[in-house]
Ligand binder design. Structure first.
Ligand code: NAD
Length: 455
């Protein structure tokens, strides 16, 4: 089936109204849940082949989070889809006002390779809970997982409801020519701009989940040992190929030396041997070579080794880095951690204000005033204080970027809302009809009443 036909088939199906039935959505989500469970071992195998991801990490960061999102939607779907009664202003007397959430219709989900299972299926869960159809275009780089997603989805759903179309940039571009009702894109900022531009041709709403350089601040007074432990976790998870990984550290000069020592200790503890079977590899040679170019040996204080055959790069720590270094010119998206020193709070604030809004901000601090100041005044997607990464793993809260790191958010209720349009509906009763809005205007009689209603 060609792309145009596939989209047409889904449009015809959506127009039947089948997906408006909440029970239909629930059955689909339950089927998806059990099919994922059935294919769990194959999913681990595919992620191992694509990224050398271990079964443990695959469950923790991909399969488990997807199942959790399905469970969350199954638990809340009735309350999300119900009619919400709203207050009616006195000026509209006598009427009943309510809102209903409607699916956009036919949606397109384009996903990246770094968490290929999670980032294809989690948006799908939100799309289906909201009553949409979906075409998923997974990344061509995570070939094994993308093919398996196709098998899982084909077993679970008819093509007219959910379908996977695999392929590279050309396929993606062909899909973007179609008239979808919503596009959900996860990927790089540069491609995000292209998606936005192409969607604007048909005024298609977009959710853009993008990347960027997420700073990690370590202040004087923070628990340095704990900071090092949690930074090493968040940075080297998935070998740094995580959209919310701390990209670089901004460290106060007073704790700089201690932090470097603790980071090295922690890397040794958590990743003594980067050939260990659980250490993730770089997705392909292109990214492997890109990352090696970012390592400046003269600034490397730990790591820097690599293996071309298995595409693994040792957790690498670079010190005394400046914003002029190559490693600070692009999103790193790999296991290289640069440390930059700052002098004082004003200096830190100036640095952060001069950068585009990041997807994540990390603050290790014991100073609540500083924390409040930074979290209120800076623009960023989300934040963990005294930890890294964890703020995204909560279906109760929205996840998304702002500015250069994206627009719109998802997960849980935010995900349901992202894939729904909220309709406001007013039902007017006929037994009374307040006259003051009609011409000819009777200023003498209604001026005062009008000002009581609208003030
Ligand atoms: P990418 O932008 O290169 O590709 C993402 C998807 O877009 C893939 O399916 C790809 O086939 C498609 N694509 C690529 N070029 C295209 C084009 N010109 N036109 C249309 N489609 C195109 O991103 P990637 O390398 O797969 O992923 C890494 C990036 O994604 C990083 O920047 C990372 O920060 C970001 N990311 C963001 C999140 C988030 O939730 N915000 C999550 C994961 C990754």
């Amino acid at each position: 089936m060609n792309i145009e036909e596939a989209v047409h088939k889904q449009r015809m199906f959506f127009n039947t109204g089948t997906t408006l039935d909440v029970e239909y959505r629930i059955n689909g989500l339950k089927r998806l849940y059990s099919t994922i469970r059935k294919y769990e071992d194959e999913i681990y195998e595919a992620l191992k082949l694509d990224l050398n991801k271990s079964d443990y990490e695959s469950y923790m960061c991909e399969v488990g989070l997807t199942l959790n999102e399905i469970s969350y939607m199954l638990k809340h779907i009735h309350s999300f889809t119900k009619t919400h009664i709203k207050k009616t202003p006195l000026s509209q007397f006598h009427a009943r006002t309510y809102t209903i959430s409607s699916p956009y219709g036919n949606t397109l989900i384009i996903s990246p390779w770094n968490y290929p299972f999670l980032l294809s299926l989690e948006p799908l869960v939100d799309a289906l809970a909201s009553g949409n159809t979906a075409i998923i275009k997974p990344s061509e780089y995570s070939y094994h997982t993308s093919s398996l997603i196709d098998r899982i989805i084909s077993e679970c759903f008819d093509e007219e409801y959910v379908m996977v179309i695999n392929g590279g940039i050309e396929v993606s571009k062909e899909l973007l020519k179609q008239k979808f009702d919503l596009i959900f894109f996860t990927g790089s900022t540069s491609v995000g701009k292209e998606i936005y531009q192409s969607a604007s041709e048909n005024l298609i709403p977009v959710i853009l989940e993008l990347g960027g350089k997420s700073p990690c601040i370590v202040e004087d007074g923070a628990d340095i040992k704990m900071a090092a432990r949690r930074i090493v976790f968040g940075k080297f998870l998935n070998a740094g190929q995580t959209c919310v990984a701390p990209d670089y550290i901004l460290c106060h000069k007073k704790v700089h030396k201690e932090l470097i020592e603790e980071l090295i200790k922690e890397i040794k503890l958590q990743y003594s041997d980067y050939f260990n079977p659980d250490y993730v590899r770089i997705i392909n040679e292109k990214h492997f070579n890109r990352l090696l170019r970012l390592i400046d040996k003269s600034k490397t204080v730990y790591g820097g080794n690599y293996d071309c055959e298995t595409l693994r790069i040792e957790p690498t720590l670079m010190d005394n880095v400046t914003f002029d270094d190559l490693v600070m010119k692009e999103e790193i998206f790999g296991p290289i951690l640069p440390v930059i020193e700052y002098d004082n709070y004003d200096n830190l604030y100036d640095i952060l204000l001069s950068k585009p809004s990041p997807l994540a901000l990390y603050i290790f601090s014991a100073d609540q005033k500083h924390i409040d100041n930074l979290t209120h005044r800076l623009s960023f997607g989300g934040c963990s204080i005294n930890d890294t990464v964890i703020h995204l793993a909560n279906s109760e809260t929205p996840f998304g970027g702002v500015g250069n790191s994206g627009m719109g958010s998802y997960h849980g209720k935010a995900g349901f809302d992202a894939f729904s349009h909220t309709k406001t509906i007013v039902k007017k009763y006929n037994w009374i009809d307040l006259p003051m809005r009609y011409q000819p205007y009777n200023r003498h009689l209604y001026n005062r009443i009008l000002r009581i209603f609208l003030k």
